[in-house]
Ligand binder design. Structure first.
Ligand code: MN
Length: 310
C-alpha cells in the first residue's frame, strides 16, 4: 500500500489535495501536513489544496484550473464518500487516492488507504510517513505539528473512545520528531475566545435530557437570538460530552428549513447504524445526519432515547 502510494506521488508532477466540506481540524491539518510533506521532499512538483469551505483557525485554498486537476494525482483526505468532497472536480483527476479513517462505505479512490481503527486521518498519515517505505524522506517539524494538531482535534485531546495505544504512540513519535511544545498546540486548537464562550453559555441553557440521552435543539429563531450560525453552533457538541449519566448526546440545528444533527455516544452505543437510516453516517461513537425534516429528527431522537436506555 505505502509503495503504491509513494510510486504515484513520484509519478505525478501535479498533485491536488482534496478534503471534505466544512472541514474539521483533522481534515484541514491532514491536508496541510501532506502538502508540507510533498513540498519538503519533492521540490520539483506543484501541490495544491482544493476546497472552498473554511476551517476557523487555519485554512488554505488554492485557485485551481480544471486542466490542472485533469493532469493531477488527487489525494482525498478524511472524506468517507465522494459526495462529501469539497470540489467534485476531484473525479476528473488522472488518478485518485483516498486516505481516510471513516468506515469504508465508498471506495471512490483508485487506491483506498482506509483504516477505520485509527482515531484520525492524521494518525494514518503519520503511519505512512514513518513507514519503512517512506524512511528516506524528511518529516519536518511543521509536518509533525500539523499532524499532532489534527490528532488532538479529532480525539478531543486523546479522550474519544477510538483513542488507542497506537494513537498515543503516534503522538509520541510526532512530539519527538517535531520537538513539539504540546501545551502550546493544545491551546492553539482548543481554546475559545470570549465571545464564543459567552455564546456557549447561552447555548447550554437549551440543554435537555430524556432517559440517558441529552440534546440541544436550536431552531432558526433561537440561533439568531444567540447570534451564531447553524454549522458553528453544532460544532460545539462536545460542550455536552462529559456528563456521567448520559450514554448518547446530540446537537441539532435548523438549517435552510431542514435539520442537521450531530450525535455522539459512549462505548457500546453504536449510533452510525441509526444515523444511516436517515441518510447520515460516521463512526460508531460519532456520527451525523443532514437536511432531514423536523418529523424525521423527532424519530431519530426517539430511536436514540431508546438506545440510551439499553
Ligand atoms: Mn477525521
Amino acid at each position: 500500500m505505502y509503495n503504491s502510494i509513494l510510486n504515484k506521488i513520484k509519478e505525478y508532477d501535479s498533485i491536488t489535495i482534496f478534503r471534505h466540506q466544512r472541514p474539521d481540524g483533522d481534515c484541514m491539518f491532514s491536508a496541510l501536513a501532506l502538502h508540507s510533506f510533498i513540498r519538503d521532499n519533492f521540490k520539483e512538483k506543484t501541490v495544491k489544496i482544493a476546497g472552498n469551505d473554511e476551517y476557523d483557525i487555519i485554512t488554505k485554498k488554492d485557485r485551481i484550473s480544471d486542466a490542472y486537476i485533469r493532469r493531477s494525482l488527487a489525494i482525498v483526505v478524511d472524506t468517507a464518500t465522494a459526495e462529501r468532497v469539497d470540489d467534485n472536480r476531484f473525479m476528473e483527476a488522472d488518478f485518485i487516492i483516498k486516505i481516510d479513517h471513516h468506515p469504508a462505505i465508498d471506495d471512490y479512490g483508485d487506491i483506498n488507504y482506509v483504516n477505520s481503527k485509527a482515531a484520525a486521518t492524521c494518525e494514518i498519515m503519520a503511519d505512512m510517513f514513518r513507514s519503512k517505505e517512506f524512511s528516506s524522506f524528511v518529516v519536518s517539524k511543521k509536518t509533525c505539528r500539523y499532524l499532532y494538531c489534527g490528532m488532538i482535534t479529532d480525539t478531543l485531546n486523546f479522550k474519544t473512545t477510538n483513542t488507542t495505544y497506537h494513537t498515543l504512540d503516534t503522538a509520541s513519535y510526532l512530539a519527538k520528531t517535531g520537538d513539539l511544545k504540546i501545551s502550546d498546540l493544545v491551546e492553539y486548537v482548543m481554546n475559545v475566545d470570549l465571545d464564543t464562550f459567552q455564546k456557549l453559555s447561552k447555548i447550554r441553557s437549551y440543554f435537555k435530557v430524556k432517559e440517558k440521552f441529552g440534546y440541544i435543539l436550536l431552531n432558526k429563531k433561537q440561533l439568531d437570538q444567540i447570534g451564531i450560525g447553524a454549522a458553528e453552533a453544532k460544532s460545539h457538541i462536545d460542550e455536552i460530552g462529559n456528563i456521567d449519566e448520559l450514554k448518547i448526546w446530540a446537537f441539532a440545528v435548523e438549517n435552510n428549513g431542514m435539520y442537521d444533527c450531530s450525535v455522539r455516544s459512549k462505548r457500546g452505543y453504536i449510533i452510525n447504524a441509526i444515523c444511516s437510516k436517515y441518510h447520515g453516517g460516521g463512526h460508531s461513537n460519532a456520527a451525523a445526519v443532514k437536511q432531514i425534516e423536523k418529523s424525521s429528527l423527532d424519530h431519530l431522537f426517539s430511536e436514540l432515547i431508546e438506545l440510551s436506555t439499553k
